[in-house]
Design a protein around this ligand. Structure first.
Ligand SMILES: Nc1ncnc2c1ncn2[C@@H]1O[C@H](COP(=O)(O)OP(=O)(O)O)[C@@H](O)[C@H]1O
Ligand SMILES: [Mg+2]
Length: 426
């Protein structure tokens, strides 16, 4: 008999025994182990089964974070009889949301569902809410609002610069749009930004003027830019208890993947949605935050337990992607981070050959990558000799000391992102 044949028949035997003993609960467990819980380790199972109350799942790359979210959705529906439409899972990119959706579909194959869980990006969730309730914001927006993408926004900014008689050469539309977007993501509105402008540099005052006109034009056109989507949703939930109630009722179980990348606005959004039920499960890696430029705030992960009293924390420390060699070296670096929760990844995968090459990119270089302005640093390192410069998968770490191979202009507080590590070398 093949190995899998033997496993199947022993599972069948166990099922038979359990059915005969009519131990229904255990029977269900066995079913689960064959179903959604397959390839799920004990910590992951605990994370899946801790369904009620706030839960922070902290884990490294490749430790099955997204898997936990998807299995948990299947578990809530199949075992806890939660109506699928009462479940909301949020992540950052359409790609990640799509991937999560197909993983859930795969897990739920063969099960009839009366409705579907909502698996969405933050932005499309905001659009969904605003399309239904933006009128309750009382700012004159209509539900048929238009969404301006980055290009549309930049065109409006350019027109405002021109109409205000400002010089495009002094004040590049792209730069101004970015400044407006950053301000919005920091939670500053036109007035707050303008107030700073008066005491600050003339350039800032000029941007404030553009900002004001830009916002007025969008408002007149019944349009929202990408940043507004989140801002207006948070304002709506803050101002309208009725709307807050509605979504608290609808989304009884909320799951957030890549939680380390949330910014203060996204945190406020989640807090409003979970005001009543607090069945909030967030999954993240505090060593992997990549959206600092969008004001992602690592304090959201570090302060989760402060905000959500009685939060449970589960660490997933088994990694399924890398070798022990690379995890050891990664740990040696990440350990140096000050603002981080302690965890140590391990894997059942074998150790790798000791020496490999790695490319480190500074954040500036990373941002410039697409424009071919990347300034990369190559450092040949050996896992045993130099336990300081490598992370397992694209990841962000903070080095305590400047590294010898990295050039003299790298300061001790520089962040590095690791890229281009050939999988075969991991
Ligand atoms: N308990 C497990 N046993 C075997 N493979 C697993 C287990 N948990 C996760 N994996 C696999 O590890 C890989 C990484 O999982 P994923 O959920 O994408 O990790 P993360 O979101 O933490 O990066 C996937 O291929 C997944 O199927
Ligand atoms: Mg993931």
């Amino acid at each position: 008999m093949t190995r899998s044949g033997a496993i199947e028949s022993s599972v069948e035997m166990a099922l038979f025994e359990l059915m005969r003993d009519a131990k229904h609960e255990q029977f269900k467990e066995i079913q689960l182990l064959n179903g959604p819980f397959r390839f799920t380790n004990p910590q992951q199972i605990e994370a899946v089964k801790t369904t009620d109350g706030p839960l922070l799942i902290l884990a490294g790359a490749g430790s099955g974070k997204t898997r936990v979210i998807t299995v948990r959705i299947a578990y809530l529906i199949a075992e806890k009889q939660v109506a699928p439409h009462n479940i909301l899972a949020v992540t950052f990119t359409n790609k990640a949301a799509g991937e999560m959706r197909s993983r859930v579909e795969e897990l739920m194959k063969g099960q009839r569902m009366q409705s579907a869980p909502l698996i969405s990006t933050f932005h499309s969730l905001c659009v969904r809410i605003l399309r239904q309730d933006i009128d309750k914001l009382d700012e004159g927006y209509k539900k048929s609002f238009t969404i301006y993408d980055t290009d549309d926004s930049q065109k409006v900014v350019k027109a405002c610069i021109k109409d205000l008689g400002l010089d495009e050469k002094q004040l590049a539309p792209r730069y101004v749009r970015n400044a407006i977007s950053s301000a919005k993501n920091r939670g500053e509105d036109v007035e707050m930004f303008a107030a700073q402008g008066r005491t600050g540099r003339p350039k800032k005052a000029a941007i404030a003027k553009v900002f004001k006109m830009y916002d007025e034009r969008l408002h007149t056109a019944n349009a929202l830019d990408f940043d507004d989507l989140l801002i207006k949703t948070v304002q709506l939930l803050r101002r309208s208890p009725e709307t807050r109630d509605k979504y608290n009722e609808r989304y009884k179980y909320i799951l957030v993947d890549e939680y380390q990348d949330t910014n203060a606005l996204q945190f406020a959004f989640i807090s409003f949605l979970t005001e009543k039920q607090q069945n909030i499960c967030v999954v993240g890696d505090d060593a992997q935050s990549i959206y600092g430029f969008r004001q992602a705030d690592i304090r959201n992960i570090l302060g989760f337990e402060e905000h959500f009293k009685d939060a449970k924390v589960i660490l997933l420390e088994q990694n399924y992607r890398s070798t022990q060699t690379i995890l050891d070296v990664a740990h040696a670096i990440i350990e140096n981070n000050i603002h981080q929760k302690k965890k140590k990844l391990w894997t059942a995968n074998p150790a790798a050959n000791a020496s490999f090459t790695i490319r480190l990119l500074t954040p500036t270089a990373r941002r410039g990558l697409s424009r071919q302005r990347s300034r990369s640093i190559n450092a040949a390192v050996s896992a045993t000799a130099l336990p300081s410069y490598i992370a397992p998968t694209p990841s962000r770490v903070c080095l305590k000391k400047p590294c010898a191979g990295c050039g003299s202009n790298i300061t001790s507080s520089a962040d590095f992102r690791f890229t281009s590590v050939p999988r075969s070398k991991m």
